[in-house]
Design a binder for this molecule. Structure first.
Ligand code: FAD
Length: 291
């Protein structure tokens, strides 16, 4: 047997084609990707909410993005081939190269990697999803999973915050989420980011969250956003009575290999790509403060 067949290379990506995309904002795009090879599509293990992938733009490099659509479980009720969605913000070399690509072009994908949100543990509970900017991308798979089987969960509040009206992601689909019984969507922009006719909230996410007055009793908070937002959100959560084990977040430390080999994303002994990226606020409090 040739050596290449005997020793699988964990860094070798599958090829996926850009089937479709949606420009969410001037610098954020959602891609819909499909496997080029039917055999790879058939053998794909699927993903759980909160996991991520490594996406390769050949000649530019790899970037990590959350797997943003509802989980794909090959043994579940899905008969069709998987479509992988990711939502990315253009910030540098790889994401600019990716943004320049068109429908039909091919990129690399490896994954899924990392742990996942414990969605089944939330059954019967009230949930609040709090996403700041592109942080919404890391929550979307869990949100869609919950919305798709809403009867198994309590009330759901989705708080989507952006710097300005033009920076808000998932504007096309939020009305659909809001239509589901027991789901409330709250949109907010930073002061100064509102436009004439804006009918959402104006205020920073932690302040708007506090203003909702949601009783912490038995409620789970799932949050993702920039570190400064999380810092103030945790202060707000503590102030209104949430305990650290009621709050789940996902870390976005810079990483390279995605599989715990290279050490790039370690926080003390914690490998964000292998042991995370999903952590509770309680677990975060145990980590060295360099995440
Ligand atoms: C688990 C995980 C999930 C992620 N999910 C998403 C997602 O769903 N959507 C999305 O848009 N981004 C996500 N990111 C961040 C994304 O990986 C980086 O923005 C991207 O790799 C930047 O690549 P680049 O070559 O374009 O930027 P570079 O040219 O490498 O850097 C451009 C700028 O971005 C900063 N940067 C690079 N990587 C990160 C990072 N990981 N965190 C913060 N700043 C960074 C650099 O410091 C620099 O200032 C995620 C990161 C992790 C670790």
């Amino acid at each position: 047997m040739p050596l290449a067949e005997a020793v699988p290379n964990p860094y070798q990506p599958s090829l996926v084609r850009i089937h479709d995309f949606l420009d969410e904002t001037p610098d954020v795009r959602t891609l819909r990707l499909q496997f080029v090879d039917d055999n790879e599509a058939g053998g794909f293990a699927g993903w759980e909410p909160g996991q991520f992938g490594q996406f390769t733009v050949f000649g530019a490099g790899e970037s990590v993005f959350a797997l943003a659509n509802a989980p794909w479980r090959p043994n579940g009720d899905r008969a069709s081939a998987p479509t992988i969605e990711c939502t990315f913000r253009m910030v540098g070399k790889v994401t600019s190269a990716l943004r320049a690509m068109s429908k039909g072009q091919v990129i690399g994908f490896r994954g899924p990697y990392g742990n996942h949100f414990p969605v089944d543990d939330w059954k019967g509970k009230d949930l609040v999803f709090i996403g700041g900017g592109i942080g919404m991308a890391a929550l979307r798979s869990a949100m869609l999973d919950v919305i798709n089987r809403k009867s198994e969960f309590g009330d759901v509040v989705i708080l989507n915050g952006a710097r300005s009206v033009g920076d808000m992601v998932y504007t096309d689909e939020m009305p659909g989420w809001q239509e589901v019984d027991g789901v409330e969507v709250v949109r907010t922009v930073d002061p100064g980011g509102e436009t004439e006719g804006w009918d959402g909230e104006v205020g920073l996410l932690p302040n708007v969250f506090e203003g909702l007055g949601l009783d912490p009793d038995g409620r789970i908070v799932i949050a993702c956003g920039p570190p400064i937002m999380l810092h103030y959100l945790f202060l707000s959560l503590g102030k209104v009575g949430y305990s650290p084990d009621q709050v789940v977040t996902t870390l976005e430390n810079k990483m390279k290999c995605g599989i715990g080999h290279c050490g790039r994303c370690y926080v003390g002994p914690f490998s964000v790509c292998r042991d995370g990226p999903v952590v509770t606020w309680a677990e975060l409090n145990e980590l060295p403060k360099d995440y």
